[in-house]
Design a protein around this ligand. Structure first.
Ligand SMILES: *Cc1c(COP(=O)(O)O)cnc(C)c1O
Length: 436
């Protein structure tokens, strides 16, 4: 059987190549590097020439199979793909030069549903003989927790433990991650997102724990969460290819998993002219492309809080795609950053000029599109609407005088009872994991 090699990229690049299965179950390589496909083979150009004749499921299957088949048999992979993608990915035109790709039609109304659902099903398959029981640990500032909770609910042999900072996620987000029960447990941490993240990192390094249980992560460092995010760049292209020549994606970026997945789609041959990484004040990449110095800083809090990341974990993968060549990267990626004030003004501008209600992350993507268009007038920019505005209601309603009706997905959880265990430090967290 041909083994699909996932190779590991980090500073040392010393860990051995491994299979997709191991990469998904372990999350991180033994030397703490990120897994990355060893080979990326472009699809036949005819695939993109005739993409409008294919269903989303067919597109996704063709795009991802080289990384996963035959480890997951074709028929199983087809089922995983179609169960993952059972909602819409519409492109909405706002102006002649700007459209938005709505990624919020899934169960928790953020793009992370796609990767979470895909990864959960892969893990479920690898545990089919109950030989790979895993505990997924997730620290969340909001969206990841809900998407992972929902995506992994009821998956056999997978236990999910979500850590979230008490009082720092929105009411809707808290309900999405604390009300499901079954194999999902929420831990409410008296502290910040960074405290949650630190506890998770510490657990991965704690040999007393890892000798007893298989821990993995469901953040975008996990290949099975990250890679399927390339699908919707293709779905957008399918809708736009006969209308515009130069398609540019503006991606509101935090950990840079989404934009990096788009670049994989481009490597597979998707005709994308350029990428824009749109940042809030957490702008290490914007500064890097200006100065050539990569200088991470501690994160600062903004109104687009899912992008409050000081040191994006997927940037190393982006550098790998461009063979660490600054100039090649820069010719394919622009980056702009925007303040909270500008973001709120953009929410209002979008609403006043087009009637569209964006969320704060989408608004940052809109601003990135506008900045790029000032010097690239021929382009058609598509910004990713990464979450539904309902999820950031307080920000949106502070700017736009409108009542947003609660979507069905939110109605389904909003009146449920929160169940969460308080955890205040690593000792308590470890005690909790040990008794699972
Ligand atoms: C996670 C998230 C982002 C950032 O995505 P990355 O892949 O981490 O760059 C942007 N917007 C929303 C709403 C998110 O939940």
């Amino acid at each position: 059987r041909r083994q699909r090699q996932m190779c590991i990229r980090d500073r040392n690049n010393i860990a051995p190549n491994t299979t997709f299965e191991t990469a998904v179950i372990k999350g991180l390589a033994p030397d703490k590097g990120l897994y990355f496909p060893e080979n990326i083979t472009a699809l036949d150009p005819s695939f993109f020439d005739t993409i409008e004749t294919l269903s989303n499921e067919e597109i996704a299957y063709e795009a991802i199979k080289q990384f996963i088949s035959p480890e997951i048999p074709e028929a199983v992979l087809k089922t995983i793909v179609s169960e993952t993608l059972n909602f819409d990915f519409p492109v909405v035109k706002l102006t002649d030069s700007i459209s938005t790709l709505e990624l919020f039609h899934g169960p928790t109304m953020a793009f992370k549903d796609v990767g979470a659902r895909f990864m959960a099903r892969c893990l479920g398959y690898f545990n089919k003989n109950n030989s790979n029981e895993v505990t997924v640990l997730v620290a969340t500032s909001g969206d990841t927790g809900g998407a992972v909770a929902n995506g992994f609910l009821g998956v056999r042999g997978v236990r999910v433990v979500i850590l979230y900072p008490s009082g720092k996620v929105s009411n809707i987000q808290e309900k999405q991650l604390t009300t499901l029960g079954q194999n999902i447990t929420a831990l409410e941490v008296e502290g910040t997102f960074d405290d949650c993240q630190d506890m998770v990192k510490k657990a991965f390094l704690d040999e007393e724990l890892t000798s007893k249980m298989q821990l993995t992560s469901a953040n975008s460092i996990n290949v099975a969460r990250w890679l399927p995010q390339m699908f919707y760049f293709m779905f957008a292209y399918k809708q736009l290819k006969n209308k515009y020549k130069d398609i540019v994606f503006s991606v509101p970026s935090g950990n840079f998993g989404n934009v990096c997945a788009g670049m994989i789609a481009q490597k597979l041959g998707l005709p994308i002219k350029h990428f824009i990484a749109s940042n809030n004040d957490n702008n290490v990449v914007t500064r890097y492309l200006k100065s050539t110095n990569y200088e991470p800083k501690p994160s600062v809090q903004t109104v687009s809080n899912a992008m409050d990341v000081g040191n994006p974990s997927n940037f190393i993968r982006i550098q790998t795609i461009y063979d660490n060549d600054f100039n090649t990267l820069k010719s394919n990626l622009s980056s702009f950053s925007f303040t909270d004030k500008e973001t709120k003004e953009a929410l209002e501008e979008i609403y006043q000029t087009t009637g569209y209600v964006a969320d704060p992350h989408g608004a940052v993507g809109y601003l990135g599109s506008k900045s790029y268009l000032t010097t690239n007038k021929e382009a058609h920019c598509v910004f990713l609407e990464t979450a539904h505005p309902t999820k950031f209601l307080d920000v949106v309603e502070s700017v736009i005088d409108i009542d947003i009706p609660l979507p069905e997905q939110i109605k389904a959880v909003i009146d449920k009872t929160k169940v969460a265990t308080a955890v205040n430090n690593y000792t308590e967290f470890k005690a909790f994991l040990t008794q699972l």
